[in-house]
Design a protein around this ligand. Structure first.
Ligand code: PLP
Length: 454
């Protein structure tokens, strides 16, 4: 619908031009219906949602069980402030999350999304050290090429310099070490294990440089999503990270906002690394987009220190533990379990990577195909031999998004920056319900979009 036709129908001048949060001046189509992995616009055009929005819609759209659970909750009560009331949905969701959490986790702190979860985890880490009498521990170490949210604390620890740049004066101090980026950084004479050890040891060096007595936490995404297109860790990396954190008394905060809740084939991505964090953030797939919700999974160690110290975590948000959000998340998590969808994530994830390799593995501008489960990234390069990224002014990722969308495919294109070098990545994070035919369609449409651009 054009702005002109919109204005003609509406008594409001310039109707349809008031939303600020767009990057483009043109008004996008309106999503009027969703069904499974498809979204339909006002003209009836369908879009295959191959990225779950931003790795959110893990059950697809209009799931009947989630809709029924939300209706039931709203019919009882939609919201009651958590300072006065609990709800069945919140209590049952917390019980189920703790029962399926990595070892050591025994509490859940609910929030409304990923950035709020990062903020809560950072503040909880700080409060933990105050409770145990180590007030100097204030610095946070994170990784370059990472994203932990857009609020000021989350932006401070995020390692995407492009996003941080203009807000730098407002940010808290954080140091950044190398991410695990095998495609670009593993040396030819190095095994994955040796490479993992080398980059993990950068954490030790950073802790020693800051003085261990000053360092509160290390924050990392087990599989990096939005800034680098599904970068998975190498074997042994997180074991060494856990060892270093334990040796120096530094807390490990795992950000599973994007890679968690089944996306990589296990409920938590960190399960595949054989360790657990002291705090772990989750969001996106937790409520599958039916309602905004996030959470911090809290270890007994942290909870005990706060419970036995000042007695409560000094934080809070109006919508934490929102009953309808908890009902949606509970129904989502039960659907994933009851329908055995994690097995499908593994199976279709393998199909997706095989199909991408078969169709695009030799494409002159496809440098790397990577990831885990239904969390797969494609890195595009100007030169496969040298791995030279495209000139950023070409805006390759934006062109690919546009071409794919025109063909009816939603793919998540990103441009990240590593030490000043920009790269173009496309992320695939479809719903856990996809089948072989859907995988083939995604790859065909994406290959068509690449043809349109190159
Ligand atoms: N952490 C990670 C790893 C993310 O990918 C994101 C969002 O993409 C966030 C945090 C922030 O989540 P939100 O956008 O819900 O605030």
């Amino acid at each position: 619908m054009t702005n002109a036709s919109n204005s003609a129908q509406s008594p409001v001048p310039n109707a349809g031009t008031r939303v600020l949060h767009r990057t483009s001046t043109s008004i996008p189509p309106r999503a009027v219906r969703g069904e499974g992995i498809y979204i339909f616009d006002q003209n009836g055009k369908s879009y295959l949602d191959a990225c779950g929005g931003a790795a959110v819609s893990c059950l697809g759209h209009s799931d009947p069980d989630v809709r029924a659970a939300m209706h039931a909750q709203i019919d009882q009560i939609a919201y009651a402030h958590s300072g006065f009331f609990s709800s069945d949905a919140m209590e049952e969701l917390a019980d189920e999350l703790v029962a399926s959490a990595p070892e050591g986790i025994n509490k859940v702190y609910f929030v409304s999304g990923g950035s709020e979860a990062t903020e809560a985890a950072l503040k909880m880490a700080r409060q933990y050290f105050l409770e145990i009498g180590q007030p100097d521990r204030k610095y946070v170490i994170a990784r370059r090429q990472s994203y932990h949210g857009n609020t000021l604390g989350a932006l401070s620890v995020g390692g995407n310099m492009w996003r941080r740049k203009q807000f730098e004066p407002l940010l808290i101090t954080a140091s950044h070490i190398a991410p695990v980026y095998q495609y670009r950084d593993q040396r030819d004479d190095e095994t994955p294990e040796a490479y993992g050890l080398r980059v993990a040891n950068e954490l030790e060096a950073a802790i020693l440089e800051l003085g261990a007595e000053n360092v509160a936490a290390f924050v990392a995404e087990p599989v990096v999503g939005a800034t680098a297109g599904a970068l998975a860790p190498v074997p042994g990396y997180f074991k060494r990270v856990r060892e270093i954190c334990d040796q120096y008394g530094v807390l490990l905060i795992l950000d599973e906002v994007m890679c968690g809740m089944g996306r990589t084939g296990t409920l938590h991505a960190i399960e595949q690394e054989g360790i657990s964090g002291d705090l772990q953030t989750i969001a996106k797939g937790l409520g599958a987009g039916y309602q905004p919700i996030g959470a911090v999974l809290v270890s007994k160690k942290i909870n005990d220190a706060i419970a036995n110290g000042s007695g409560f975590f000094q934080h809070g948000h109006t919508y934490q533990g929102h009953a309808t959000s908890c009902a949606a998340a509970l129904a989502t998590q039960r659907a994933i379990k009851d329908r055995n969808l994690l097995a499908n994530v593994v199976k279709q994830g393998e199909n997706l990577v095989a199909a991408l390799e078969a169709k695009l593995g030799q494409h002159p501008f496809v440098g790397d195909i990577r990831g885990r489960g239904l969390f797969r990234g494609v890195e595009l390069v100007a030169d496969r031999e040298t791995k030279e990224p495209f000139d950023p002014t070409l805006k390759i990722n934006a062109k690919i998004k546009k071409a794919a969308f025109a063909r009816g495919l939603m793919a998540y294109p990103m441009g990240g920056t590593i030490d000043g070098v920009r790269g173009d990545h496309v992320l695939f994070a479809p719903a856990f319900i996809i089948d072989e035919n859907d995988v083939a369609k995604i790859v065909d449409l994406f290959a068509g979009a690449l043809d349109d651009v190159f």
